[in-house]
Design a protein around this ligand. Structure first.
Ligand SMILES: [Zn+2]
Length: 780
């Protein structure tokens, strides 16, 4: 809410038109709005955030350090915790109170978000389970956070107010700039069955062996972000818009049944104490291994499942400069580890999974973690943390250094190709979240696209570098077309708050990823895009960026005015639909000068996306080609329906200068913009001699008329057809208007041989002006 108020403050001209399809700087202009600067739509630059998109000289952010003790009561499915928080006021502001998040109150029976979700229409039948779910209050009885105590450093109670998932603590005296405060909170809550009532953390019960797998996440009272751009971020947690958190250092002690294995954010301080001797030896072996080493083996995990210890053990972890802390705990965990080197620094890549996932996780998980860290480090900043963990928990959720993923095999250990690709995709995605938003710490509760979209974009590139044959995912332009074709009431701009999105995944994840892919492959080119994107990550690592910081940095570093793109793709909903309306062909008989012709690489596979194409011709280092251990049944398998694998050779068409013939063909092409979103025009010229040429017209072609444009091309060969967007790289929603075929002979055009008429007239010369001074000197 605050954000909107902040924006309207800047919107002096058109207060009622916040954003969306009506967003116009020049409402009375008949054109040019799509190329206007964003200007007043973005907040003003200031001392905290510069106009170039970088943190300003007075940039500040808050910091919260935590010391937490947690006890997991498996028998009663209850979690008990206490924490010391040290909060540093690094702002220039005076704070009379602090806001904290109690995410587990999402499940409180009286929580408002339980009643704001929309229900579907009742049919003729209803299951008993669905009937029970309708009595939400009864179903959630007993859930929610119980606060036992909140005190200052001297043990004196601090007054507080709980408002659903938010809690305000009133300070005895205001916290001044530069001051810090230490306070204590004690709490407990009933752990939910994640698969029954939903939520980010909880337990999963395995009926066959009677054991639990706990994912303990968003579990302790956590400070909200207080920032220069919106003050306190205390928008309610509804289970959707994830979170906004300040950085800090953590020391966490987790007391669990003695036969449990704990996986957590950070570095374990007491492995020797909590592990068996042989397991500790394997942990030491894993430090220098080139393959994942099983620290807890499949056999050990199966044995653990058969009994339940009455003893407990306390696992101690420390994590520095993180925005959150999460953990998993189970006696079902198999655990493997392998180091990877990034920028000369060793990072332990690890996986924890139950026997149900062994067939996939043992082979792929830890190596995929390593591959993800390397690829993302190349596209953003080198991974700065010492550990990265993938836990199989039949979901997909990310926290610093640890994430929870899915992918289980059939009982016999086999799996479908879809399950395998889903598992690789979710591991890459959730590990990738370490960079966005765990390190580049955007506000997820407000802008889902800033973490999900950016992350999904690099996820797709990482998948494509895992295996050329990995199916093109979110980010490939052609895959967003069905969404962009939806009716207007089903669409909303990417710049929409998380809670309000109708098509959450398509909008925040896919449309954002696709937009960045189009920027990279089709507008800026890989070199300029990659440099600018890295600069954004470098500037905002361990800081809190906003959308304008991203938009401004991408322009600042790439040297391209992209306001038209942000305006069309992020603030608007119009699709791309560029059509060839008509072509007028004329034959001119002159001697054309030689000119360079750039022929592109052949496209051997009609389904090859532009990014797969460029990876292939560049001989990108696909992981499966380098590490043969990752080749499984599906590497060799050819589905009867699948398109054949593309061979790794390619043909380079004639790149030499081609001299002009005696005849030149003139093609006057009439284009129209039916969709609304302006885009460069990608044209393929198919010549009568079976060669082809690709050509790109800058988006600026639309700047004076956003609906129609005409361009005349001179070709020295006869064209048999003209095709738009041959690589399907612009998310154009209608390819039916992309083709023109030459049907009749061209009309001849006369070329005047008389003195060539110069285009640029020399100004200020004497050639044609009347000159009385000269005339008088000649004696006239
Ligand atoms: Zn995500």
């Amino acid at each position: 809410m605050k954000f909107i108020i902040h924006f309207t403050f800047h919107m002096v001209l058109s207060v009622s038109l916040l954003w969306g399809q009506n967003l116009r700087n020049n409402p009375n202009s008949n054109h040019g709005n799509k190329f206007e600067q964003l200007g007043i739509i973005l907040p003003d630059a200031n001392q905290s955030r510069t106009a170039s998109g970088a943190p300003g000289r007075d940039y500040w952010q808050m910091r919260a350090d935590y010391q937490i003790d947690a006890r997991l009561d498996e028998e009663n499915l209850h979690l008990y915790g206490s924490e010391w928080i040290q909060y540093h006021n690094q702002s220039p502001d005076v704070l009379p109170y602090l806001w904290l998040q109690l995410d587990e109150n999402e499940h409180h029976p009286n929580s408002g978000n339980n009643y704001s979700a929309l229900d579907t229409k009742l049919g003729k039948q209803i299951t008993a389970g669905n009937l029970r779910d309708l009595d939400r209050r009864k179903k959630l009885e007993g859930f929610g956070v119980n606060i036992e105590a909140i005190t200052d450093a001297d043990g004196k109670a601090l007054p507080y107010v709980i408002h659903e998932t938010m809690m305000r603590i009133d300070l005895p005296k205001p916290l001044l700039p530069g001051q810090r405060i230490k306070f204590y909170i004690q709490w407990n809550y009933k752990i939910p069955d994640r698969l029954d009532i939903g939520g980010r953390g909880g337990f999963e019960y395995f009926e066959e062996d009677g054991n639990h797998l706990f994912t303990i996440t968003q579990w302790f009272p956590r400070l909200c972000v207080y920032s220069d751009f919106q003050g306190w971020q205390h928008k309610q947690f509804t289970g959707r818009g994830e979170f906004a958190l300040p950085f800090g250092n953590y020391e966490v002690r987790m007391t669990v049944p003695a036969d449990h294995i704990v996986a957590a954010t950070g570095v374990c301080q007491n492995y020797k104490k909590v592990m068996g001797a042989s397991q500790f030896k394997r942990w030491e072996q894993a430090q220098n291994s080139t393959e994942p080493v099983e620290i807890v083996t499949l056999e050990e995990a199966k044995l653990s499942e058969q009994s339940k210890s009455k003893q407990t053990k306390t696992w101690v972890y420390k994590a520095e400069n993180v925005r959150d802390f999460a953990w998993g705990s189970s006696r079902k965990f198999i655990w493997d580890a392998m180091p990877t080197m990034i920028n000369g620094k060793k990072i332990m890549c690890m996986s924890y999974y139950a026997k149900e996932a062994y067939g996939l996780y043992r082979k792929f998980s830890t190596k995929t973690v390593a591959h993800t860290l390397k690829t993302y480090s190349g596209f953003s900043i080198p991974y700065p943390y010492p550990v990265a963990i993938s836990v199989e928990a039949s979901n997909g959720m990310e926290y610093p250094m640890i994430c929870f993923n899915f992918g289980r095999t059939a009982k016999d250990g086999t799996y479908s190709e879809g399950t395998k690709n889903g598992m690789l995709g979710v591991v890459i995605h959730e590990v990738g979240h370490n960079f966005f938003p765990m390190i580049v710490n955007s506000d997820e509760r407000q802008w889902t696209w800033m973490d999900e979209g950016l992350n999904t974009f690099i996820q797709t590139m990482t998948q494509e570098l895992f295996d050329y044959n990995f199916p093109a995912g979110r980010g490939a332009a052609a895959n967003i077309v069905d969404y962009m074709k939806l009716e207007k009431d089903q669409l909303e701009p990417i710049m929409t708050n998380s809670e309000n999105l109708i098509h959450f995944g398509q909008n925040a994840y896919a449309k954002t990823a696709t937009g960045l892919n189009i920027l990279r492959e089709s507008i800026l080119g890989r070199e300029r895009f990659d440099m600018a994107f890295r600069e954004y990550a470098r500037r905002w690592a361990f800081k809190h960026p906003t959308p304008s910081d991203f938009f401004r940095t991408m322009e600042d570093a790439s040297g391209e005015d992209l306001d038209w793109f942000w305006r069309g793709w992020f603030f608007d909903i119009e699709p791309v639909d560029i059509a060839i309306d008509s072509v007028d062909v004329k034959l001119a008989l002159i001697s054309a000068p030689p000119r360079p012709v750039q022929y592109y690489w052949q496209q051997p596979n009609a389904n090859e996306t532009i990014s797969k194409h460029r990876n292939r011709v560049a001989n990108a280092p696909f992981l499966v080609e380098q590490d043969t251990s990752l080749r499984d049944f599906y590497y060799h398998y050819k589905s009867p329906k699948a398109t054949p694998k593309v061979p790794f050779n390619y043909v380079l068409a004639d790149q030499a200068f081609q001299s002009g013939g005696d005849s030149s063909y003139l093609y006057e092409v009439h284009f129209s913009n039916k969709g609304g979103m302006v885009m460069p025009i990608f044209i393929r010229w198919n010549y009568a001699d079976s060669t082809f040429e690709d050509e790109k017209l800058s988006v600026q072609i639309w700047r004076k008329n956003e609906d129609k444009c005409v361009k005349t091309f001179l070709k020295n060969k006869k064209v048999s057809s003209i095709e738009l967007d041959p690589f399907l790289e612009t998310a154009d929603i209608d390819t039916g208007n992309h083709l023109w075929k030459a049907e009749k002979d061209p009309e001849k055009v006369e070329v005047l041989n008389s003195p060539e008429k110069r285009r640029g007239r020399r100004r200020g010369t004497e050639a044609n002006s009347s000159n009385p001074m000269q005339q008088s000197q000649r004696g006239n």
